[in-house]
Design a protein around this ligand. Structure first.
Ligand code: 5GP
Ligand code: ZN
Length: 132
């Protein structure tokens, strides 16, 4: 199957990976809404949460650990968690993923969630999170 996130999990397509465990991988979103915007995906292919709600349990430890990592390393003031199931809900990549979006006091509120911040330096953010 031709799946972008399966290719990222397999390492065939590069990503800025910030966390991984037995069941899940977390990497920086290539087009971030806010500094540190990260996607957590199961290693196995699951289309979305509607088809397989129990997959969330599998990736829950990675979601928790990545959330903690982002907040600690980036000094975020809050965090949103979002997962879209189905094109009608805005899903564009059909491999289950949870968006973790660190939030900062200078741009508060739900209306600002999906408003992209220009000029985010992904390599710099990656270094800040991983310490590399
Ligand atoms: P969706 O709209 O399906 O919930 O989110 C898909 C997300 O995947 C988008 O936020 C988009 O920026 C991100 N994305 C798309 N292609 C790539 C890619 O090649 N690498 C990374 N790291 N993120 C991607
Ligand atoms: Zn996949």
């Amino acid at each position: 199957m031709d799946c972008l996130f399966c290719s990222i999990v397999a390492g065939d397509i590069g990503s800025r990976q910030v966390y991984a465990d037995e069941h899940a991988v977390a990497f920086l979103d290539i087009n971030p809404w806010h500094v540190g915007h990260t996607l957590v995906v199961p290693r196995r292919h699951v289309d979305d949460l509607m088809g397989e709600p129990e997959a969330l349990t599998e990736i829950a430890p990675a979601i928790a650990a990545t959330s903690r990592l982002l907040v600690d390393r980036l000094g975020a003031d809050g965090l949103n968690l979002l997962s879209s199931s189905g094109a009608v809900a805005g899903q564009e990549v059909f491999h289950l993923h949870v968006h973790l979006v660190p939030r900062y006091a200078h741009r508060p509120g739900l209306r600002e969630l999906m408003v992209r911040e220009d000029g985010i330096d992904l390599d710099r953010v990656y270094r800040q999170i991983t310490g590399e």
